[in-house]
Design a protein around this ligand. Structure first.
Ligand code: AMP
Length: 415
């Protein structure tokens, strides 16, 4: 078995890893780090939760530590491009933590906040710049950033970037990078436009594909409750009476939907808040911090806002609305069961959403256990479920109150 010492990282890095309590490297770290230290380009097919941030941050820090130079103003030598502010903040925090015993300067830039502190940080000189595309380009156009000295470029969550319409900004950024550089591209999925992007960015890359963290199939207990749309809020209230739900992330498809759920939860005395694209950066951070600290038990989020947020100990993911993109289901439920813990994913499915459920089950290649015994059971017969006759589907009974986690919700059936 590999250890971090086998990966030949420098001592100050090993010390910070040890302090983080990491015993062994994850599969992507084992496979990627030695090649990245040698300067190879990388295509990493991996999603959040696999340890991919450390897989690139550790060898980058090692590279910077091996040849310390005073950073030049406005000219980072490492650029990490990532789609959302939350991810940018988390990546920058990883550089801070892993680089604690090194003299490496890093900065993070993203939109929605005053640019002045970001500009000041850039002026003082930085080694690593973590950025979202929009603000990066704004600052480049104003002359605050010069990418002419970049030696390592990381494109994180490339598929998400494209989903969010960042293809032109990405191309613009890449066009200003030196041709001689090391490039890393990470993507959870490989649709044709990512394959195309990979060709234009990477040179003879090493391709590493790691399985999603053992979430969907092994560690998350998944269940689905058929319910009419109009009963969903009451059902949510009922479910949240279960004290074993210590920290729940509730998903809606839209920002307005998220606000409506929060309003209802507050009316019934539940401490809840929402994160989505219409909230200011400050409001999102406050909500996330309250959720992390346990002050809020319930956080309501849209898919994009929740993407990549790393809050440990989420015991339950509740899909108040099913996602219309099946991959989002996998991303959602991957928020629970982090670092090998068990978690539960409870999905509400109204009549209109049944086709979404069918697509999700195709994607995860298993049937989700149906919970029949709840007070808001949909009257629409299950035989109308477009996928399979009711007799062939597995169902589970459980009482909504005082359920033990895992026990009551039944395990996912694999067929
Ligand atoms: P990521 O896939 O980069 O979002 O990482 C997911 C989580 O795994 C983060 O909370 C990291 O702190 C944690 N992590 C990364 N590498 C390791 C490791 N080798 N051992 C334990 N936890 C890790």
């Amino acid at each position: 078995m590999s250890t971090f010492t086998d990966l030949r990282l420098s001592k100050p890095i090993l010390r910070s890893i040890e302090e983080q309590g990491y015993d062994t490297p994850t599969p992507i770290q084992i496979q990627a780090i030695p090649h990245l230290i040698e300067g190879r380009d990388l295509l990493g097919i991996a999603q959040t939760g696999t340890g991919k941030t450390a897989a690139f941050a550790l060898p980058i820090l090692d590279f910077l530590a091996s040849d310390p130079q005073a950073p030049a103003p406005r000219q980072p030598s490492v650029l990490v491009l990532t789609p959302t502010r939350e991810l940018a903040t988390q990546i920058s925090e990883s550089f801070r933590v892993y680089g604690r015993y090194l003299k490496v300067r890093h900065a993070v830039v993203f939109g929605g906040v005053n640019q002045r502190p970001q500009v000041n940080a850039l002026r003082q000189g930085i080694d690593v710049l973590v950025a979202t595309p929009g603000r990066l380009i704004d600052l480049m156009e104003q002359g605050h950033i010069d990418l002419g000295a970049v030696e390592i470029f990381v494109l994180d969550e490339a598929d998400r970037m494209l989903d969010m319409g960042f293809i032109h900004p990405i191309r613009k950024v890449v066009a200003t990078l030196p041709r001689e550089r090391q490039s890393l591209l990470f993507s959870a999925t490989m649709p044709p436009d990512i394959v195309e992007l990979t060709r234009s960015i990477l040179r003879n890359p090493l391709r590493i594909e790691v399985a999603p963290p053992a979430t969907t199939v092994d560690l998350v207990t998944q269940s689905v409750l058929f319910v009419e749309k109009s009963d969903k809020r009451e059902l949510l209230g009922e479910i949240l009476r279960d004290p074993s739900i210590e920290r729940a992330l509730v998903f809606t498809r839209t920002k307005h939907g998220a606000n409506r759920v929060v309003k209802h939860l507050r009316q019934i005395g539940e401490k809840a808040d929402a994160i989505h694209g219409n909230k200011s950066q400050g409001a999102r951070e406050r909500a996330l911090n309250s959720f992390r600290s346990g002050h809020l038990r319930v956080l309501v989020a849209t898919d994009i806002a929740a993407r990549g947020i790393d809050v440990p100990d989420i015991t339950h993911v509740i899909n108040f609305e099913l996602p219309n993109i099946p991959d989002n289901y996998v991303h959602r439920i991957g928020r629970t069961a982090r670092a090998g813990r068990n978690g539960a994913a409870i999905s509400f499915c109204d009549t209109d959403e049944r086709p979404y459920l069918r697509d999700i089950e195709k994607t995860i290649r298993c049937k989700i256990t149906i919970v029949e015994d709840h007070p808001f059971r949909s009257k629409t017969p299950l035989t109308q479920f477009p996928n399979k006759p009711a007799s062939k589907r597995k169902t589970a009974k459980f009482s909504l109150r005082n359920r033990g986690r895992g026990r009551a919700l039944g395990r996912t059936s694999h067929r």
